[in-house]
Design a protein around this ligand. Structure first.
Ligand code: HC0
Ligand code: SF4
Ligand code: SF4
Length: 575
């Protein structure tokens, strides 16, 4: 414990706490641009400067741990003046086109500049003239807007272990760029979008495809339909003044109908279907070919991209079941189209995802044309949907609750927990137990695979048989799990795990790269609590109990892993 004073207020905090975090505890917000609680502080921007009382000593609050007896001043005329100068220097080569910027309204630089009342600058504006990179289906990189805070580089390296972004050049020529200065699409980038979620300004942002959706909504020939992912419902409210984690499924359905979608489906429905297919795949291997285990989940497209690039020898362990997004696209243009006598080519399927990598997934040609054309036409992030709702003048907060459309809308608690780390595995265990024993679980909650621990392991007892599972989220945590699998292989021993879940984003999709800005562990916990609340409130909590899933098998697919299921719902991977 360390005792100190901040602006004269005494407080006691734990050893190792930084001045920045300590100040927050006494209600003082120190401005920052480079600091982010997910990342190691590296004190690049200099705006968080504070000083010791009665001494000329200054500190970078984000990177300085508190010391016993310290007395810190966070705001006085001298400090404010230094911060103002730092800001003016940043603005001296930052374009002033806020009106057209993708971050206008939620840009951290814009906010700080407004707080400081910056009106005119003593420095001459010198723009760099750097071109934007539009090569990736998922994110756009505009180095001209970059303020060199380094968050994207650190996210990509520390949290994702991808190293797609780096600083290139020296002195005033320094800029962010994909490693080796190739285009983003030719770089090792896995399209998770975490860089875009952490960038404080408009230098990296989701590839905006709302224009295509507006066009389809206005096209009389088209039959626009939509699906929403599990994690969207607990985060979208943040853009409309709700607390993180507020469950807004009914309002979302309403908003989508008012935008003009003819049918509103729920990706949670096909999450239940993924469990039927993947769970059956697992049970078959577990019983008949245990040497082919572990089975690894494949519903996160950034993770798929990573595995194909970095662990191609493990591709045979990937579940062939497509992601819920992909399954819904295939079924909308076959099963739903048939039942409702709509020509599949007229259906325009939009998915609302917390994720930028889903934009890439829909273009993977090997798997995404099961219906004979592209199954999903456009994938939008939560952030893009928010803009559409606002642009359409929809009063989101006062919308009535609506229901999803049959026959692709009903979901169980197992479907909804896909949105959090550990959820896919937990859902699979709920149904796996039933498939292996023919019985139902008394307690469907598997606490060991929940929470924000980077790697979670559990030995699950299924009536005397042990199933060893592991869950990793945030790509940097994957390596230790996969290395254990590889080491066992080399030694000729059975895999230490039977089933592995990986999600590229910390916390799972609840803090995907396309979610509203501002995710921290605090926010992740709130969004996660919203998802588990949805699970607890559900009438049914296991995928195999979903009546619409049972009907789908009866009327159309026959049974899990049937020929039709294989054709529509399974895929292949490429090294
Ligand atoms: Fe996810 Fe998904 S859970 S990847 O995080 O499996 O994006 O929310 O939609 O497809 O369901 C994202 C979220 C999905 C898919 C589902 C899976
Ligand atoms: Fe790195 Fe993900 Fe950004 Fe690609 S999208 S540059 S992998 S953080
Ligand atoms: Fe997308 Fe979810 Fe994977 Fe993140 S964890 S890349 S949001 S699918």
């Amino acid at each position: 414990q360390v005792n100190l004073k901040i602006n004269g207020n005494p407080l006691t905090v734990e050893q190792g706490t930084t001045i920045l975090v300590a100040a927050k505890k006494v209600g003082v917000r120190i401005p920052t641009l480079c600091y982010h609680p997910d990342l190691t502080a590296w004190a690049a921007c200099g705006i968080c400067i504070v000083k010791a009382e009665n001494s000329p000593k200054t500190f970078r609050a984000c990177a300085t741990p508190v010391e016993e007896g310290m007395s810190i001043i966070t705001h006085d005329p001298e400090i404010v003046e230094i911060r103002r100068t730092v800001l003016e220097l940043i603005l001296s080569n930052h374009p002033n086109d806020c009106l057209q910027c993708p971050r206008s309204g939620n840009c951290e630089l814009q906010t700080i500049a407004a707080e400081f009342g910056l009106r005119e600058s003593p420095y001459q504006k010198v723009l760099r003239g750097l071109p934007a990179d539009h090569s990736s289906p998922s994110v756009v990189l505009n180095p001209e807007k970059c303020i060199l805070c380094g968050r994207c580089v650190h996210v990509c390296q520390e949290m994702q272990n991808v190293w797609a972004l780096e600083f290139i050049g020296r002195g005033h020529k320094v800029r962010i760029a994909p490693a080796a200065d190739v285009s983003l699409n030719d770089s090792p980038c896995i399209k998770c979008g975490q860089c875009s979620a952490h960038c404080p300004v408009g230098a990296i942002y989701e590839n905006d495809e709302t224009g295509k959706v507006w066009a389809a909504l206005g096209d009389k020939e088209k039959y626009p339909v939509v699906q929403i992912a599990p994690a969207v419902r607990v985060a979208v409210g943040e853009a409309f003044g709700y607390k993180s984690g507020e469950l807004l499924t009914g309002k979302l359905y309403s908003a989508l109908r008012r935008l003009g979608f003819r049918a509103v489906f729920d990706t949670n429905f096909t999450a239940d279907l993924t469990i039927m297919e993947e769970g059956s795949e697992f049970v078959k291997l577990f019983k008949d070919e245990p040497d082919k285990l572990p089975l690894v989940t494949s519903c996160c497209p950034a993770w798929v991209d990573y595995l194909e690039k970095y662990y191609p020898d493990l591709i045979p362990h990937f579940s062939t079941a497509k992601s819920p997004q992909a399954m819904l696209g295939a079924l909308a243009k076959t099963y739903y189209a048939e039942k409702n006598k709509i020509a599949p080519k007229n259906i325009f399927m939009v998915s609302i995802m917390p994720c930028t990598a889903k934009k890439y997934e829909i273009s993977r040609s090997t798997e995404m044309c099961a219906s004979g054309q592209q199954d999903i036409n456009v994938s939008l992030t939560t952030r893009e949907l928010v803009r559409m709702i606002k642009a359409a003048g929809i009063d989101f907060n006062n919308l009535p609750d609506d229901k999803a459309d049959s026959i692709l809308g009903e979901y169980t608690g197992a479907g909804t927990i896909f949105g959090v780390t550990g959820g896919v595995l937990e859902a699979a265990l709920r149904t796996g137990y039933h498939l292996l024993t023919g019985e139902e679980l008394d307690n469907v909650e598997f606490q060991d695979v929940r929470g924000l621990g980077g790697v979670k392991e559990a030995a699950v007892n299924i009536k005397g048989t042990t199933v060893n599972v592991a869950v990793a989220h945030g790509v940097a945590n994957v390596q230790q799990v996969l290395d254990k699998v590889k080491a066992a292989k080399v030694a000729g021993q059975p895999s230490p795990y039977h089933f592995i879940e990986v999600m590229a984003c910390r916390g799972g999709c609840v803090s995907g790269g396309g979610q509203p800005y501002g995710a921290t562990d605090e926010v992740r916990r709130l969004r996660t609590a919203g998802i588990y609340q949805d699970d607890r409130l559900a009438a049914k909590r296991c995928s195999h109990q979903n009546p619409e899933i049972q009907k789908l098998y009866k009327d159309f697919l026959n049974q899990p892993l049937s020929e039709k299921s294989h054709h529509l719902l399974h895929t292949k991977y490429q090294a």
